[in-house]
Design a protein around this ligand. Structure first.
Ligand code: AOF
Ligand code: ZN
Length: 361
């Protein structure tokens, strides 16, 4: 099952709006005869890839799959039909697909065909891999992962100093891997203007795995010369704007390949984050990574949008003029909150990484 989950992980960030699913097929004797990961863009599905690799060897075999096989005629025929037709005897799968067209029907169809279905194995791990899809289907918005780098004294930067290197290059590579596994990445216009970030995945050979880059920019102030706009034709850039802006800016940015979507404003001009999240869900985004800054993180915290915090803790100190992670609040609003639990701790080069997850979606 763990091997099937690993196969699923390969698809994270590449299959949306569909979930990344992994499938491992064993023959009667217990030998691996087929593997599958949902293909880029979401089709074909993982099960059919594994089954066609196995051919006749699938007969009497066992399929380990990370998400309930689909039972519906979508853009591809139902995976349950392929499983039954292949003569597979047993399916092991810990997570039901909340998509209303599937939701238990997949397991039911298999059982009706006398296939043994086992579900109680590695449920937490499998849910974690399907969480973006589960979030989008059940809440209409992506699973939100906030990434922060904090200094030993708890700051994410120094006022007026631009980008400060708080963590080392191993952490940086880890962050780029996180980008590759996300469907979209979000920043506020403050960060976009101050840092001129690129936000693509710059691991060697992995440029194509870059997420869609999303900027919250109510006034449409992102400069035409910014890295984001200049590369919009290679890797998509979406701006969520207000409704009040200079039409020329809209035309200029659209002509350069930027997609602009106006969003309702509340509280004196702030974009309604609820509407932003819903719009992202409608676009098919299942896993959203957020990379700053402090104002956006604070607003996301207030709106209870943060599903997961990934914090890289460096050894350097910022000292005077430090910027706090959540506007005027320290990291402990999450690390000590009863709403979150510490899910993982890891040494990453000279830094420490910790993941805090919300107990409930
Ligand atoms: C599977 N295996 O690998 C994936 C599944 O439009 P379609 O036909 O591609 O169906 C999309 C739905 O199929 C999607 O909403 C989700 O419920 C499921 N995804 N199912 O059996 C897979 N990616
Ligand atoms: Zn399917």
């Amino acid at each position: 099952m763990m091997a099937a989950l690993r196969l699923a992980m390969r698809g994270l960030g590449r299959c949306w709006p569909n979930p990344a699913v992994g499938a491992l097929l064993l023959d009667k004797a217990g030998h691996v005869v087929g593997t599958g990961t949902t293909a880029d863009g979401g089709r074909p599905h993982a099960e059919t890839i594994a089954i066609s690799e196995a051919g006749a060897a699938a007969k009497g075999g066992t399929l380990y799959v990370s998400l309930e096989p689909c039972a519906h005629q979508g853009q591809t025929p139902p995976c349950t039909d392929a499983i039954i037709a292949a003569g597979i005897r047993r399916v092991v799968c810990p997570v039901s697909d909340p998509d209303i067209r599937v939701a238990g029907n997949g397991f039911q169809k298999l059982q009706d065909a006398d296939i043994e279905v086992t579900t109680d194995i590695l449920m937490n791990d499998a849910t974690g891999i399907a969480i973006g899809h589960i979030s989008r289907v059940t809440r209409g918005r992506p699973y939100l992962q906030l990434k922060l780098a904090v200094s030993a004294d708890g700051f994410i930067g120094r006022a007026g100093a631009g980008q400060v290197a708080i963590t080392g290059d191993v952490s940086l590579r880890y962050v780029h891997r996180m980008r590759a596994m996300s469907d979209a990445i979000l920043v506020g216009s403050g960060t976009a203007l101050a840092d001129d970030p690129d936000l693509r995945c710059r691991l060697p050979g992995c440029g194509d795995l870059s997420p869609v880059r999303v900027v919250l920019d109510s006034g449409l102030n992102l400069p035409q010369k910014s890295k984001l706009v200049k590369t919009a034709n290679e890797t998509p850039v979406w701006i969520f704007s207000g409704r009040d802006f200079n039409e020329n800016r809209l035309n200029d940015l659209s002509n350069l390949g930027v997609k602009i979507e106006p969003i309702e404003q509340i509280n004196g001009g702030k974009l309604d984050l609820n509407k932003v999240m819903t719009a992202l869900g409608q676009e098919g985004v299942t896993r959203l990574m957020v990379e700053g800054g402090s104002a956006l993180s604070g607003a996301l915290l207030d709106g209870e949008f943060i599903d997961e915090l990934v914090v890289f803790e460096g050894k350097m100190e910022i000292g005077k003029c430090g910027i706090l992670p959540f506007k005027d609040r320290k990291i402990d609003v999450i690390t000590r909150s009863p709403l979150y639990y510490l899910a993982e701790t890891r040494v990453v080069g000279g830094d420490r990484m910790r993941i805090f997850r919300k107990r409930r979606l």
